[in-house]
Structure formats: structure tokens, C-alpha cells
Design a protein around this ligand. Structure first.
Ligand SMILES: [Zn+2]
Length: 302
């Protein structure tokens, strides 16, 4: 039987304004995070945030990058996930975390947060307008934070279920499109949102992690008319390059670069997302200093 590994699946409830997505990240999750020495609880949270990024990116139907960040001034400093989608091809995801001190296995992400903010950034690659929204963290789970954000900022009713068992991450999203977007659809079934919501709420972590989309949708929404679309593959991919690292270094400024070279004889950078190592010797660095500084959008992620 088909497994659900590393697939994003869209579905709709026929003739209603309700639609949804399912996501499973297995090798995507493992390749993205296993090289990073993450505390157990942050790895789990990052897995959930990765699943959430794919679910949200799928609702946006855009070419480009969706970046979700949780920033805080507590022991947790940053969780960041970037999901890049091109229509008709796979979704590419990378993720990393920053924290300070020792984090115990039993500590949840929320115990490590002080003055937390949730930041969502859309960076379309097709010439559209970039967008950034920053809101306080409201809710005691990543799914609650995202549901609150979608309702407050986008006025879209959204329900999200997320889980991560340390080996893979999975999730489901259902969403009711606003009236204006479905005026041509049958509105007689006024109760559909509540009904679907109620049925979806019975989903378990085990089902999300292990069942194929067909089996899960049949089990949850047996009586409903659900149409499932072709799956989109997901994969871990880091977009860092020697050029993007060089651009990031140029943004530090001549003085800082000259100081580093004077002290160490070279500049070394490890990518937080993929652990790729970039070294610039004195000759490279001199060249960096002589080159104009283009501001690249992905430089800010390093
Ligand atoms: Zn990288």
C-alpha cells in the first residue's frame, strides 16, 4: 500500500466552502533536523512548525517562500522554518532553532518562551509583493497560535492539528473560505463547517502519522463527499550557496570583516540549516570587500 511519507495532499468537500490539506514529513523531517544537535522538545516543536508551514503554504498557492518564526527572549531564542513551493513541483523545507543554556527533555517549548512573537513572512518569487506579519504568541500550542493568526489577520476560519514523534511530523488543516470566495457554491449546507470540524477533531496523532490520505479521509469523513487531489512531494532542501553566504558577510561591513581576517586569517561560516561549511581565505575576503553589496532576501535567514 502507498504510504503517506513526505507528501502534501489537498482535498475539498464537494460543493462547500470547506477545504483541507494533509502533510507527512518523514525523510524531509529527518534530513532537515538529524544533523542538528537539537534538544528533544525543540526538535518536536520544530517538526510541528515544519508540518504547519507546508499546510499553510499549500493554502496560498504561491511560488516562493513562506517563513514561519517563533522568536522569544527566554531560553528559546528562535524557531525558524522556510517552505518554498513552486507550482507543479515539490515543496522544499528547511528549519533550525537557536536557544541558550541546557534544555531538559521534559521542558516544553512554551516553558522556554518569554515575550514571544510569531512572525510570518511571504516572499513570492513571481514578482508579487513581499509580506510580513508580526503578532504576539497567543495560544498554548503551535496549532492554536496559527489558528489565532489566521482568524485575526486573515479572517479565515482555520483548524490545524499537528504532531511529531521524533521520527516524523504530520498534520491536517481544514479551512472555510470566506463568503466572497465561494458565492457561486451551494450555501444550503450551512452546517458543513461545524460538522467537518467536529469529525476532524476526532483525529489522533497515530492516524496523522501513519495512515495514507485515502484511509484517513475515509475514516474521518465517511459520510461526506470528499475529493482528494494528486499529492505534492516534499523534501529537505537548503538554499544556501557560497554566493548567499558572501552576500551575508558583506552586510556585516568592511570593518567587521577586516577585523575577523586580522584575527583569524580567514572567515568561516557554517550554515545553521544544513551545516554546510564555507571558508573565505584572505584573498576571497579581499574580493568580498571590493564587491558591491546586493541585498539578497535569503541572506537575512543566516
Ligand atoms: Zn544551508
Amino acid at each position: 500500500m502507498d504510504n503517506n511519507h513526505d507528501k502534501l495532499q489537498r482535498f475539498v468537500f464537494e460543493n462547500t466552502p470547506v477545504r483541507g490539506n494533509l502533510i507527512n514529513l518523514t525523510s524531509t523531517f529527518q534530513l532537515a533536523l538529524n544533523k542538528q544537535k537539537l534538544p528533544k522538545s525543540l526538535k518536536k516543536s520544530l517538526g510541528e512548525l515544519m508540518a504547519a508551514s507546508a499546510l499553510l503554504a499549500a493554502t496560498l498557492k504561491m511560488h516562493g517562500a513562506l517563513v514561519l518564526q517563533i522568536q522569544s527572549k527566554g531560553a528559546l531564542k528562535l524557531l525558524v522554518v522556510e517552505c518554498t513551493s513552486d507550482l507543479d513541483s515539490s515543496m522544499k523545507i528547511r528549519a533550525t532553532a537557536k536557544w541558550s543554556g541546557e534544555i531538559e527533555d521534559h521542558q516544553t517549548m512554551f516553558e522556554l518562551i518569554e515575550h514571544g512573537q510569531f512572525i510570518i513572512t511571504l516572499d513570492p518569487k513571481d514578482g508579487g509583493q513581499a509580506y510580513q506579519g508580526i503578532v504576539p504568541l497567543e495560544g498554548d500550542s503551535i496549532s492554536a497560535i496559527l489558528e489565532n493568526y489566521m482568524l485575526r489577520s486573515e479572517q479565515i476560519d482555520t483548524k490545524i492539528w499537528l504532531c511529531c514523534d521524533g521520527e516524523s511530523a504530520a498534520g491536517m488543516l481544514i479551512q472555510k473560505l470566506p463568503e466572497t470566495m465561494h458565492s457561486s457554491l451551494d450555501v444550503q449546507d450551512a452546517d458543513v463547517w461545524n460538522r467537518v470540524n467536529h469529525l476532524a477533531s476526532t483525529v489522533t496523532d497515530d492516524e496523522l502519522l501513519h495512515l495514507s490520505a485515502e484511509t484517513l479521509l475515509t475514516r474521518l469523513f465517511n459520510e461526506e463527499d470528499v475529493r482528494l487531489f494528486e499529492a505534492t512531494d516534499t523534501q529537505f532542501f537548503c538554499s544556501c550557496t557560497r554566493d548567499s553566504v558572501a552576500n551575508m558577510l558583506r552586510m556585516l561591513g568592511d570593518e567587521e570583516l577586516t577585523d575577523i581576517i586580522a584575527e583569524h586569517g580567514k572567515i568561516e561560516v557554517n550554515c545553521d540549516f544544513c551545516n554546510a561549511h564555507y571558508a573565505f581565505d584572505q584573498v576571497d575576503a579581499t574580493q568580498l570587500l571590493m564587491t558591491e553589496t546586493p541585498i539578497l532576501s535569503n541572506a537575512k535567514l543566516h
